[in-house]
Design a protein around this ligand. Structure first.
Ligand SMILES: NC(=O)c1ccc[n+]([C@@H]2O[C@H](COP(=O)([O-])OP(=O)(O)OC[C@H]3O[C@@H](n4cnc5c(N)ncnc54)[C@H](O)[C@@H]3O)[C@@H](O)[C@H]2O)c1
Length: 313
């Protein structure tokens, strides 16, 4: 039987590319995009779209019944930098949207759920290098606290109610189709835009701040892979560590200079530096490799090539 998929928060940085990839795979009429706002032209023109507030359970339930949805991807959230400015709004959105979707699973109204976590679940007391799947987790940001709580609730709903919920701790994501939505790793996208348009970039993090990152194609591939793997192979029901590369602003600038010789970078750290300082610099993703065969394809060199080629006027 053909499954019917709902993406919530489909107009964001990940949702846009995820929707397009799922439509390619399952047919556009079987993949319903939804968001509180309309998205880019290529997303809106690619298949069905519904305006949906993820915190409104009744509206969500109605759409799930109408389209006979079997699988939900919940991508709506407030990201790390914005969440520090609006803590209660972030908590309400990030938690209530998750409860709504988990409760659909508990009521057997959907079969399978994807919900993303983040490297923000870790905190200043976590070992920074090759951070393990299970380690000290004492997040110090509003966003990180919501993601860690979310992970605990996912695991709880799986064990208590048999909800098939799957999750990945995404690192910072680099993409050219859609701009990022208010995270601490946004610099690694903005830098390519500015390199091409102005030849200079002022970075809001210090030059030696190393963070785990991933090119969007890898993130989408990992998401589809985890959702397709047999249930028995999904051994982690909180959220999987996932890694591809780690770099500093100085290192990304060096790569850009290989393509744009006169590119200049300067540094003006702001409040996002403290958030970045609380996160790991590299991630151990051996559990995802063992359980469902994860393997990244993009490093900093080919990510830079893809970004500059696709963003070039
Ligand atoms: N982008 C990254 O680097 C990154 C890294 C780690 C984890 N994540 C996680 O992945 C998920 C998606 O992130 P993203 O980067 O695409 O975020 P984004 O901010 O680009 O997109 C979020 C989307 O949710 C929508 N939205 C906001 N409130 C809503 C509501 N009440 N109802 C319905 N939709 C609503 C927004 O309009 C937006 O289109 C989030 O859970 C985020 O925490 C992202």
């Amino acid at each position: 039987m053909q499954k019917s998929i709902l993406i919530i928060g489909a107009c964001g940085q990940i949702g846009t590319e995820l929707t397009l990839a799922l439509r390619d795979k399952h047919g556009k009429e079987n993949v319903i995009a939804s968001d509180i706002r309309e998205g880019s032209e290529n997303l809106m023109d690619s298949g069905p779209f519904e305006v949906l507030d993820a915190t409104d359970y009744d509206a969500l339930e109605e759409i799930v019944a109408y389209y006979e949805i079997s699988e939900v991807y919940l991508m709506a959230a407030m990201l790390s930098a914005t969440a520090e400015k609006f803590p209660m709004r972030a908590w309400n959105l990030n938690m209530n949207s998750l409860f709504n979707v988990l409760n659909l699973g508990k009521e057997k109204k959907v079969d399978k759920i994807f919900w993303p976590s983040s490297i923000a679940v870790f905190g200043p007391n976590t070992p920074k290098e090759h951070t393990l799947q299970s380690t000290i987790m004492e997040p110090s940001t509003v966003y990180g606290i919501s993601k860690q709580s979310g992970e605990r609730w996912c695991e709880y709903y799986y064990h208590k109610f048999g909800v098939d919920v799957r999750s990945i701790r995404y690192p910072g994501l680099i993409s050219w189709k859609t701009m990022p939505g208010g995270g601490t790793t946004d610099y690694a996208v903005e830098i390519y835009h500015k390199a091409l348009s102005e030849g200079t970039y002022t970075c809001f993090l210090k030059e030696d701040t190393e963070l785990p990152m991933m090119f969007m194609d890898d993130a989408i591939r990992a998401t589809l892979q985890l959702m397709e793997v047999d249930k028995e192979n999904v051994k982690v029901r909180a959220s999987y560590n996932l890694a591809a590369m780690s770099f500093t602003p100085a290192q990304i600038a060096e790569q850009i200079k290989k393509h744009i010789k006169d590119f200049k970078i300067s540094y003006k750290p702001d409040f996002r530096q403290a958030i970045a300082d609380s996160w790991p610099s590299s991630i151990d993703d051996s559990k995802a490799r063992t359980d469902w065969g994860w393997q990244a394809r993009f490093d900093l060199e080919n990510t830079t090539k893809e970004m500059l080629e696709n963003l070039a006027p």
